[in-house]
Design a protein around this ligand. Structure first.
Ligand code: HEM
Length: 194
């Protein structure tokens, strides 16, 4: 039986994690800036966020096609439930956070002044139905998706704390192989790698 994730799934996990953490750090930083100084970091934030959207869609498709290795047999019912719930919510955040960002950025007259160009190289489309709304509806859509973006960011903070706490508990208290499934250089303790 497979005990580790495959190399592609491991690579995507760590790249997406790094990009999400970088984008959160960037957002905390640009929230302290004003005027011109904010533009470049916000544009970079959009590029990183869209990259997360692309990679997360890929990861989600892969996850649905290739099931994750089974959790250890000694996992209790509530542990399985919590791990699976956190994973499902993570996928919602990984796709929903960038989608809401793309949506509220599109529902703004500013999108014509600052269009999304991934890393100054690849033009990324605007969600035109949102960009073409009448003024009042555009404002309502902008505020709706902005609020969603903020809420999903808060959900991301909770999930990151739960996810890291779970990993630390398994690695240092339960002493099992849960973390080694996603960290290739950790030796498996109880089961053989496949
Ligand atoms: C990994 C994906 C993303 C993460 C983790 C993320 C995270 C965040 C966070 C934490 C904030 C601050 C929210 C607050 O202050 O309550 C923020 C704001 C923002 N995000 Fe994102 N975001 C992501 C993707 C995107 C995408 C794809 C776009 C647009 C294409 C975007 C556009 C923005 C903008 C324009 C702001 C507000 C800037 C301002 O205050 O003027 N984000 N994001």
């Amino acid at each position: 039986m497979k005990t580790r994730y495959n190399a592609g799934a491991i690579a995507l996990h760590w790249i997406i994690a790094l990009l999400i953490l970088s984008n959160i750090g960037l957002a905390w930083w640009f929230n302290t800036l004003h005027g011109q100084a904010k533009i470049e970091p916000v544009q970079l934030h959009k590029s990183i966020g869209i990259t997360v959207l692309i990679l997360s869609t890929l990861r989600l498709g892969w996850r649905l096609a290739v099931p994750a290795p089974k959790l250890p047999e000694d996992f209790r019912g509530w542990e399985k439930w919590l791990a699976q719930t956190v994973h499902v919510l993570f996928y919602m955040v990984m796709v929903g956070l960038p989608l809401t960002g793309w949506a509220f950025s599109s529902a703004s007259p500013l999108i014509h002044v600052f269009p999304i160009v991934l890393f100054h190289l690849i033009p990324w489309p605007t969600l035109t139905p949102l960009a073409n709304l009448p003024h009042d509806q555009m404002k309502a859509a902008h505020d709706f998706f902005l609020a969603g973006h903020g809420l999903l960011a808060k959900l991301a903070y909770v999930l990151i704390v739960l996810h890291v706490a779970g990993a630390l508990k398994h690695q240092f208290i339960s002493n099992d192989d849960v973390v080694a499934r996603m960290v290739p250089f950790l030796r498996l303790r109880k089961t053989e790698a496949t």
